[in-house]
Design a protein around this ligand. Structure first.
Ligand code: SF4
Length: 69
C-alpha cells in the first residue's frame, strides 16, 4: 500500500498516528508525514485514512490504483 498526504489539507489532528503509529508521524510544522506503510496492516491504514478529519490521506495499491477515498 502507498500513502499520499495532502499536506495543505492536514490540520495536525494526529488521528492517523494514533491509529497507525508505524506509518504516520507529525513533522515540525505539525503536518503528517509517511513513515513505513508496510509496518501497518492495510486494514489499519484504511482505518487511519477514514478517521482523518481533513480527508488528507489517500491510499493507493502497489499498482498506483486508488484504494481510498
Ligand atoms: S489524521 Fe489527517 S489531519 Fe490528522 S494528522 Fe493525520 S493526515 Fe493530518
Amino acid at each position: 500500500m502507498q500513502i499520499r498526504i495532502l499536506h495543505h489539507e492536514c490540520c495536525g489532528s494526529g488521528h492517523c498516528l494514533d491509529l497507525a503509529p508505524g506509518a504516520f508521524a507529525l513533522d515540525s510544522k505539525n503536518k503528517a508525514v509517511v513513515l513505513d506503510p508496510e509496518s501497518e496492516t492495510p486494514e489499519r491504514l484504511l482505518e487511519a485514512a477514514e478517521a482523518c478529519p481533513s480527508s488528507a490521506i489517500l491510499l493507493l495499491d502497489d499498482e498506483g490504483n486508488t484504494v481510498f477515498p
